[in-house]
Design a protein around this ligand. Structure first.
Ligand code: C2O
Ligand code: CU
Length: 506
């Protein structure tokens, strides 16, 4: 649970920001992204990736940003199971981008990975056939080597996949009223109020982390909520930091869904960790009329990366505020005049079968590698001499890879059979990594030899691994050598530094 001291430390940080000539951010209303329902738009959704200017708090100057048809982030896209949705993404940036549908089960040729660059001035038109259980997914830029910066600048948005289950169950379902999208991020600002994307050695190790917490592109905003049950769709859209969430009054909330859809039953929790790329849906009861603040604890990087030789833990932003610290994320103010449709929290949600490891036709070992100190400097001969396989490296900081190999767009790393299941034993090296695969949902069989906690026991596409884990993967989507699926760490700066592999299904 977030302690009062933690919150005060967060408030203290905001005070420092104010003294440094920046905004306190307090009092901004939670922005609710526009909802684009494919059925209201004749099955066609057209996004424009473009530069813009965005105010992160009412008293901050507008900063240079990117967005999808918005000044920062993008609309929430609602897609319905059984529909084919004609997407289009126009690139009005001055460099290539891509748009990846994170969590959608679609063939690799419409997945939007690094092989599907949209050049400046071009428009990409994938047809998405939606056929998977109701879930909260998202979309974001995924261009080779520039993903971290483009997402940091704003190229991300939420997707809601619907098949009617939540409505049937009576869960809160009125968008923007008792069903709220919360895109959680952290950022650094320069003294002039511009976004600062840092990618030095420290960021290459720990990922780019900020001193300023934001939700839906607003700094520690406030949301008005009805005196009733409210569903929060949590998405960690940060480059690298984990959010350790709880309410300031310690209230219990219920986790009802994760990446791939509903849990079999609501899981009561008082504290929830969400890593980059993950989603959790929670139901919070405001029926007693009490306000509450959802905040995060600090995110110290534990493990060898913190304790050992790399040892660079908490740094400071340009304004001297520690990055990665605790703080308030969203304040909820109960407004009894807000009328929400009746909603309930059923005791049971959607039954799911226990994962069946005997279905697996293969076991693979996958290491998520960091080689501290081997990165060398750009241009120094032999900077990457110590890398396995004689690979070269660029930039400073550690080298990254998977199974001893840095990412290569022209190498296929895994080739599971289409329709088959496999067990992957995943070994995180040096620090916890959020492990993610495109084109599949998996079940966690074990983490550090133990069964997963209840809230991780449904279909997932991203899971934070600080210990070795076994995952049961089922490959249902076709993927070709020209456009393979990605497997990577969702610390975007690790991914850009090479902690990524590719697979085809044959
Ligand atoms: Cu969120 Cu490779 O993706
Ligand atoms: Cu990583």
């Amino acid at each position: 649970m977030l302690t009062r001291r933690g919150l005060l430390a967060g408030a203290g940080a905001l005070g420092v920001m104010a003294r440094a000539g920046r905004a306190s951010g307090a009092g901004a209303a939670l922005p609710i992204p526009e909802l684009w329902d494919a059925r209201d738009r004749a099955g066609a959704l057209g996004l424009v990736a473009a530069p813009g200017r965005h105010r992160f708090a009412p008293d901050l100057p507008a900063a240079a940003t990117y967005g999808y048809s918005a000044s920062f982030l993008g609309p929430v896209l609602r897609l319905h199971r059984g529909d084919a949705v004609q997407m289009s993404v126009e690139n009005r940036l001055d460099r290539p981008t891509t748009a990846h549908w994170h969590g959608l089960l679609v063939p690799s040729d419409v997945d939007g990975g690094p092989h599907q660059a949209i050049q400046p001035g071009e428009t990409w038109r994938p047809l998405l056939a939606v056929d998977q259980p109701e879930a909260t997914a998202w979309y974001h830029a995924h261009p080779h080597g520039d993903t971290g910066r483009q997402v940091y600048m704003g190229l991300a948005g939420m997707m809601i996949l619907e098949d009617g289950t939540g409505a049937e169950l009576g869960l809160p379902h009125a968008y923007g009223l008792n069903d709220l999208p919360l895109i959680l991020q952290d950022r650094l600002f320069t003294r002039a109020g511009e976004l600062e994307f840092r990618n030095f050695a420290r960021e290459r190790i720990l990922g780019t982390r900020g001193d300023t917490l934001m939700v839906n592109g607003a700094i520690s905003p406030a949301a008005r909520v009805p005196k009733a049950l409210v569903r929060l769709r949590l998405l960690n859209g940060a480059n690298a930091r984990n959010f350790h969430l709880s309410f300031d009054d310690g209230r219990i909330f219920h986790v009802i869904a994760s990446d791939g859809g509903y849990l079999p039953a609501p899981v009561p929790m008082a504290a929830l960790t969400i890593s980059p790329g993950e989603r959790f849906e929670i139901v919070v009861d405001f029926g007693d009329g009490r306000d509450a603040v959802l905040g995060t604890l600090a995110d110290p990087v534990e493990g060898e990366a913190g304790a050992g030789g790399m040892g660079v833990l908490s740094g400071h932003g340009p304004t001297g505020i520690p990055t990665n610290g605790p703080g308030p994320m969203v304040s909820f103010r109960v407004d009894p005049t807000l009328a929400a449709p009746p909603a309930a929290l059923p005791a049971r949600l959607v039954p799911i079968a226990a994962p069946d490891p005997t279905r697996a036709v293969l076991r693979r070992k996958v290491t998520l590698d960091m080689w501290p100190g081997l990165g060398g400097r750009t241009g120094t001969a032999g900077g990457g001499a110590g890398l396995p396989g004689g690979q070269s490296s660029r930039g400073s900081g550690p080298a990254m890879g998977m199974n001893g190999k840095r990412y290569d767009m022209h190498r296929i790393d895994f080739d599971p059979k289409l329709g088959s299941s496999e067990i992957w034993e995943v070994f995180p090296v040096l620090m916890p990594h959020p492990f993610h695969l495109h084109g599949t949902l998996f079940r966690v069989l074990s983490i550090d030899g133990a069964p997963p906690p209840a809230h991780l026991a449904a279909a997932k596409d991203t899971v934070l691994l600080g210990q070795p884990a076994e995952l049961l993967l089922t490959f249902t989507q076709p993927a070709t050598e020209a456009r393979p699926f990605m497997v990577h760490c969702h610390i975007l700066d690790h991914e850009d530094a090479g902690l990524m592999g590719q697979y085809v299904t044959s």
